[in-house]
Ligand binder design. Sequence first.
Ligand code: HMG
Ligand code: MG
Length: 295
Amino acid sequence: RLPERVTVYEVGPRDGLQNEKAIVPVEVKAEFIERLEDAGHRVIEATSFVHPAWVPQLADAEQLLAAISRKPGIRYPVLVPNDRGLDRALANGVDEIAIFASATETFANKNLNRTLDSQFEMFEPVVARALEHDVKVRAYVSMVFGDPWEGRTPAEQVVRVGTRLLDLGCHELSLGDTIGVGTPGQAADLIGAFPDPARLAVHFHDTYGQALANTLAALQAGVTVIDASTGGIGGCPYAESATGNLATEDLVWMLHGLGIETGLDLDKLVATSVWLAERLGRPSPSRVVQALADK
Ligand code: HMG
Ligand code: MG
């Protein structure tokens, strides 16, 4: 049975932009977020408080949050890896953060400079202090189906890491197929290996064209929060072969076709992707954007 309504968790301003080499001006980022609000988004992952040298594109996180007017009823989570990141988030009035863990040893090292185990020493105080400040915490777990260095990721390993994150007090766990290698059977099996799909979200990159099929499997398995990125932009600078996320427009086309409500205006989303493609200097990889752009 499919849900009647789905929450689209928009990651374009964060995951979408983090891999862009040319620095996007902060005014463009702010307009991007305003356009997403206008298209009906109620959750927009705005930026990251990571080390600026690790992700130079998002080094303007403070300036961006100052440049937008955060509207009541809209959530603007930001990525935070550690205490220093939380300090910055709190100083900027953030009320929702997302920590991001790895399901594999190699990616924990490459993305966080930690081991699989020691990443938790970094996250534990962050979650505890965030909750003390009434800041909600989402958790990601990355490389859930496979990792470029270690091959296929065992589902038990993902469940172990994911459960540990939820047990810290995170309200939601987003399952990240960082390099887009998973297929629908794996998605259904992984979700089924967790006790409660209501606490899960899915975050599928579309490298092998499987993101939408995997999303349908996730919906059938009871997940109702789906991560997507405007026009399908994105990728992770610390994972070779990570391409863009599931495109929000491709997702919305499928959901609306299935009669599932999103609250999103597809025409406005497409117009935003066309506008953004001009700023980034290349066309959106989304099939739905390409199909609708000139209409
Ligand atoms: P580290 O080098 O181990 O950091 O990096 P450290 O704790 O040793 O600190 C070193 C220095 O950096 C210190 O300064 C800190 O203050 C400073 P010093 O005392 O030497 O002057 N520092 C910071 N400055 C500003 N903001 C901070 C911060 N932290 C430390 N937050 C660290 C560890 C976690 C910081 C680093 O590895 C990092 O920033 N990694 C982020 C990588 C990243 O953003 N990757 C992309 C996002 S994840 C993703 O895309 C996957 C996802 O989409 C899901 C999926 O697709 O699967 C979420
Ligand atoms: Mg991602």
